[in-house]
Design a binder for this molecule. Sequence first.
Ligand code: HEM
Length: 115
Amino acid sequence: MVATSLYRNEQYFARPLEYLPERWLRSNTTATENPPKEEAVRALRTSNPLIFLSFGVGPRVCLGRRVSELELELGIARLVRNFQIEFHHPVDKPFKSLFVNMPNMPLKFKFSDIV
Ligand code: HEM
């Protein structure tokens, strides 16, 4: 079974077709001012921790995992710190699945300097 079809399977993810990013929050997060309740987040998490493995698992796990995650976190943090980011375009079918998921629409974000 293709991994992306597992992400849409109710057996593994509650409300799989909804955009609910809080399902990825770690426990005891203090990153937001009003964090969602732990029980609510737990109910959204996957029932199987081996479902989402972008970097593999076990003795052959990706050696660059920590570096890549750090780079992504720092990059996104710099963007949201420095810009108000808006997107005023249709978001129907936002991805297409090739070997990996690809954007299926022009990424016409509007970045405005935060003063
Ligand atoms: C978003 C970025 C990356 C993703 C999604 C990714 C994903 C993966 C995956 C799925 C594997 C196979 C794991 C397995 O066999 O179970 C792997 C292996 C590996 N990755 Fe990455 N990787 C990324 C970035 C990097 C970077 C930046 C480096 C180097 C600095 C790196 C070095 C390696 C190495 C050396 C292996 C082989 C580990 C082994 O077989 O012992 N990766 N990666």
